[in-house]
Ligand binder design. Structure first.
Ligand code: UDP
Ligand code: MG
Length: 312
């Protein structure tokens, strides 16, 4: 019998987990032809999430937990879940039911019938219930990153996906510290079928993503999957050389025709400010890449486990 591992990154989800468990349990009863394993990764929650999970683990042998020593972020939680999964198929699902478990049977059927595919991903086609500014920036982000990165990022793609063991093993081989999973899933390749659905609002609790956090996350995605920003300084440099050259010619001609009254001090200050601004900006971009490289070379663990029942 085939086995499915469901990975659930959970951070402050004490309210949502009971709903989630009920739903996924219903689905597992429908899908009699497969075994289930639920891996809850408690990402250093500050509420009673781990207690709730442990209660379920007592009652249900399929419930496994990996309890982090602190909050390491959703990327780390997903990675830990993938590392500890043992299923032939592996799914990642949010605890808040924004990733509808009801899609799972369809996803599984598809993978079983089309063995040339290794992944069924989901993308939301609407952003209903989201602030308009956030949607606008999200769209911009996908436009920019798809222009400057060789990896295609799918707009609206969620982390909710069902993958084969082979694909998960490939993902686990990417051991980088700065993880940007949307890119990593695409990087490993394999054929992915996209299912579309309308955005669903979270069942309980609240989102952990502020606008600012999303903005930083977007920058991380760009830095992890494109080196185009590094080219900005070279391009700016060339551009300024050309402008300077034109200006020199202009000034020489002007002096020859009109003589040389002392002037141009305000424009000089503006130019100095502008050029030094560009220089700092380019230096900042290089600093971003340097800091990521710095973190990678430290080879710190992506997560630290406090306790787990995986091996019980
Ligand atoms: N999550 C996590 N660690 C974090 C933040 C979030 O494991 O530091 C989990 C969270 O519990 C949820 C999923 O990641 O299961 C998605 O988070 P959320 O629903 O807040 O994001 P949104 O759906 O609003 O994008
Ligand atoms: Mg959510």
């Amino acid at each position: 019998m085939k086995k499915i591992s469901i990975i659930v990154p959970s951070y402050n989800e004490e309210q949502a987990i009971p709903f989630f468990y009920e739903e996924i349990n219903k689905i597992s009863e429908q899908l009699k032809k497969v075994n289930f394993e639920f891996i809850f990764v408690n990402d250093g929650s500050k509420d009673k999430t781990i207690e709730v999970i442990k209660e379920y683990a007592k009652k249900d042998k399929r419930v496994k937990y990996v309890n982090f020593s602190r909050n390491f972020g959703k990327e780390a939680a997903m990675y830990a879940g993938l590392e500890h999964s043992t299923g032939d198929y592996i799914a990642i699902m949010d605890a808040d039911l924004q990733d509808p478990p009801t899609l799972l049977p369809e996803m599984l059927n598809f993978l079983e019938e089309n063995t040339d595919y290794d992944c069924v991903g989901t993308r939301r086609v609407t952003r209903k219930g989201e602030p308009p500014i956030r949607s606008f920036f999200a769209r911009m982000f996908y436009k920019i990153i798809n222009k400057i990165s060789k990896i295609e990022m799918v707009d609206g793609a969620r982390d909710y996906r069902l993958m084969t063991r082979q694909m998960v093993n490939s993902i686990l081989e990417l051991k980088e510290y700065n993880r940007y999973s949307k890119g990593l899933f695409q990087f490993v390749g394999y054929k992915t079928k996209w299912l579309e659905y309308e955005n669903i609002e979270r069942i309980a609790g609240e989102t952990k993503w502020s606008f600012w956090k999303l903005f930083i996350y977007a920058l991380e995605g760009i830095i992890a999957f494109s080196t185009a920003p590094l080219a900005i300084s070279s391009i700016a440099g060339i551009l300024f050389c050309i402008i300077a050259f034109i200006m020199i010619i202009f000034i020489i001609i002007k002096t020859l025709i009109f003589g040389d009254p002392t002037s141009g001090w305000p424009s000089l200050v503006c130019i100095i400010f502008f050029v030094s601004g560009i220089q700092l900006f380019c230096l900042g971009i290089m600093g971003q890449y340097l800091s990521k490289t710095y973190l990678e070379t430290k080879k710190r663990p992506i997560y630290i486990i406090k306790d787990t029942n995986i091996n019980d």
